[in-house]
Each structure stands twice: as C-alpha cells, then as structure tokens.
Design a protein around this ligand. Structure first.
Ligand SMILES: C[S@@+](CC[C@H](N)C(=O)[O-])C[C@H]1O[C@@H](n2cnc3c(N)ncnc32)[C@H](O)[C@@H]1O
Length: 396
C-alpha cells in the first residue's frame, strides 16, 4: 500500500539531499539539547555525529496538522482563545499532504538513526493518524508495526457535538527489526484483580490460581508430545515443557492434580509482578501544563522503560517542554532533544536545571543552536566535521 500525493520525494532524495546544518555550542556532554529545524539536525546527526544505527528509542509528538497557534501567556498556556499579548510557542499550520511529507522526510532520516534493536513511538491524533500509519508502514514495514496504542488523554467531554466525545489519541509503535528491546512492562494487580484472578488459597494461606500445562498444536516426535506420569497431552495439544521439567515442577509442589487426575500448574499471586500491559492506556495530560500540548511524563517513562535500556540513547526531535528528556534523565538514559521553538528551549532548560544532579541521573548536557544560514552552509562544505563539538561544520 502506498500514499501518492503531489511533491512526494523519493527516499533516496531525502537521505542524500536533505541539507544538514551547523551547530554552535557552549559545553561538552553526551546528552544534547539542540535548537533548530529537526530536518537538518537529523541529517547532521547522521552525517557528522555518526549516529546512524545508534539510537535505541525515538518518541515524537509532532504537531498534529490542527491549523492552530499554540501560545504561552503570562498566567497560562493556551490553545484556544489566546490573548493578544501571549507569546507564540509554536505554529501548527501544515495540513494535508504537506504535513504528511513533512513527517515522512523526518521519519526516513529517523529510521536510519535507529539501532537494530530500536523502536519509534509516534504520538498523533485520530484525524490525521490513519494517514501517518500508512506512511509509517511504507517506511518501517508493516511487519515491524507493533501497536496502535489508544491513549485516554482527558476526562469525558460534555459540550455539544454531533458526534461522540473525543477522549483519546493514538501512539503508533514500530520497531526497526524483530529484535527490538522489550522489557515487558507490567501493571500492578488491583485488589479486585487479586480476588478474581487468584481465587484459591493453599494450606499456608497463599492465594493462587492454576493454568493448563498444555498448549494448542501437536508435535510429531518432540519431547513435549511424550508421556508425563503415564499421561499423553490431550489430542491436538502438546506439553508446555518437557516431561522432565514437568516432573521437577511436580516435585516442587507446583502442580495441582484434580480428582479426575488432570494436572495444572500452580501460579501464586505473590510471585506474579502484575499483569501484562495492554494497548489502551490512561495517562491524562495536565490541566495546567507549563507548555502547550505537554504530555504526561508517566506515559513517556513507561515507553522508555519498555523499549530502552540504561545505556540507550533516547531521541525526541519534537521535544517541546522536554518531557521525554526529563523522563530519560530520571531513568538514567542518554538523550538528545531537538526543538526549533525559543519558548520550548527556555522551558526545557529551566526544567532540566531544576533536576538535582545525582550520581545516577544524566542531567548534564551540551546545548547547541543550529544554523542553516546559506553563507555558513556554503562555507561549511569545505571543512570536515570537527570533534569536540564546539562548532560543527558539515558537508551538504
Ligand atoms: C506537540 S509539541 C511537543 C510537546 C512535548 N511532547 C511535550 O511534552 O512538551 C510539538 C513541538 O514540535 C516543535 N516543532 C515543530 N516543528 C518543528 C521542526 N521543524 N523542528 C523542530 N521542532 C519542531 C514545536 O516547536 C513544538 O514544541
């Protein structure tokens, strides 16, 4: 499947001909906050910082093609009825195929930056999200599509509309390959879960439940089709593990035998670290955000914990108020944040400065400003990348 629209560039054209930029920085660190147009900065990360294939996780929350101006006033952050005196945080005014191509160019560069165990999460709304899904299928491959997560973002709305209230948006999750980092996040059992899922109690008072020892599918000659204590798995099924492992479980008292001689595995409530997380999440955004469309930090922490490890680099190239960066710092990940809004950069810097610098968190960073000034770009063509990152000249 492919989306066709006017002005759609080829992938080769985007990878080879997207101009990069220059960076002016003021100190040294692995983590980077970069002010600039993310298209050119992504190209710079590939061409001069050698980061192709090195980023384990990308979370982005781009503009949603809403044709809205987002502002920050003296007393409040606003999307609707901004006052004349409010400062503009950013403009979301690209729509239709122009918006799609804007996202697509960036995603093509972003894919190249992802490591083989990397993942990308793209936050989008229900109006444009389905077009973005097709573009992501084209770029990352349908086979690498992992989830379309429904995120409940706010309380139910009651104002009149000839349609249902909208309380959700979507997060499209893709991996670069089948070997994506996956730390299987769990949701803690509620008291109600414990009561309904673990109805039995053993002689020591421990709550437990039982599950079948066999699974669908017959193996012809494998060990899992052999007898365990004189029993074959039921027709059309195989044992979940070898008869030897079943024997060990039985010796450890982890098999319950029914009166009719049917064995089942015992699962204790106090040994299960919660239940598997599903694809409907409730992480409502803040009623009084510090930046327009600021996202819930617990949601981003969940993504970072699930799809990156401590030595991973996490990238957000529409980082807004820096929620992803703060979450990465608090979870001891390396990070790169990019945004082209002066207001966003000011909010991020203040937010990060307020995080206490401990032995484990990674709140130190280099700050860069990108310039794509034509004259500078022209001059930069002649000098090679300088390490040390004081000023980064790049070939375009
Ligand atoms: C929806 S906001 C991100 C909010 C963020 N997730 C948070 O929690 O605060 C989108 C951000 O993308 C930035 N942006 C839009 N176009 C950009 C571009 N071409 N390059 C860099 N940043 C851009 C805007 O300035 C804005 O801060």
């Amino acid at each position: 499947m492919e989306l066709i629209y006017p002005g759609k560039k080829t992938e080769q054209d985007i990878l080879l001909n997207t101009p990069s930029c220059n960076l002016i920085d003021n100190n040294e660190n692995n983590n980077m906050l970069i002010k600039g147009n993310n298209l050119n900065v992504l190209q710079l990360l590939r061409q001069s910082f050698n980061l192709s294939g090195k980023i384990d996780l990308i979370y982005i929350d781009p503009p949603f093609a809403t044709n809205t101006i987002f502002t920050i006033g003296k007393d409040r952050v606003s999307t609707i009825s901004p006052s004349q005196n409010d400062d503009i945080a950013y403009r979301d005014n690209l729509c239709g195929f122009e918006f799609i191509e804007f996202i697509r160019e960036r995603l093509i560069l972003a894919k190249d930056l992802l490591s083989d165990c990397g993942s990308i999460y793209l936050h989008i709304d229900y109006k444009i999200g389905h077009y973005v899904k097709i573009i992501m299928d084209e770029i990352f491959g349908v086979e690498n599509f992992r989830n379309d997560i429904t995120r409940i973002k706010c309380n139910p709305k009651n104002f009149y509309r000839r349609a249902y209230g909208n309380i959700k948006d979507m997060i499209l999750f893709y991996s670069k390959t089948k070997n994506n980092i996956w730390n299987d996040p769990k949701i803690e059992f509620t008291e109600h879960d414990k009561e309904t899922l673990f109805k039995k109690t053993d002689k020591n008072g421990r709550a437990y439940t039982t599950v079948p020892l066999h699974a669908p599918g017959e193996t012809m000659n494998g060990v899992t089709s052999q007898e365990f204590k004189g029993l074959k798995p039921p027709k059309g099924r195989h044992w979940r593990c070898s008869p030897k492992e079943l024997d060990d479980l039985d010796k450890d008292g982890l098999i319950e035998w029914s009166t009719s001689g049917n064995p089942r595995k015992i699962i204790y409530a106090d040994e299960k670290h919660g239940k598997k997380m599903q694809d409907i999440w409730e992480f409502k955004d803040y009623q009084y955000p510090i930046y327009p469309t600021e996202k819930n930090i617990d949601m981003i922490k969940n993504i970072i914990s699930a799809s990156s490890n401590e030595n991973s680099i996490v990238l957000d190239f529409f980082c807004g108020s820096g929620t992803t960066l703060v979450a990465a710092i608090e979870l001891s990940r390396n990070w790169i944040g990019i945004d082209n809004s002066e207001m966003a950069i000011n909010v991020i810097r203040e937010r990060i400065n307020n995080i206490p610098n401990t032995l484990f968190n990674k709140s130190g960073y280099s700050y860069f400003e990108a310039t794509t000034d034509e004259k500078e770009l022209y001059n930069s063509r002649s000098f090679s990348a300088v390490h040390g990152r004081k000023r980064f000249g790049v070939g375009v």
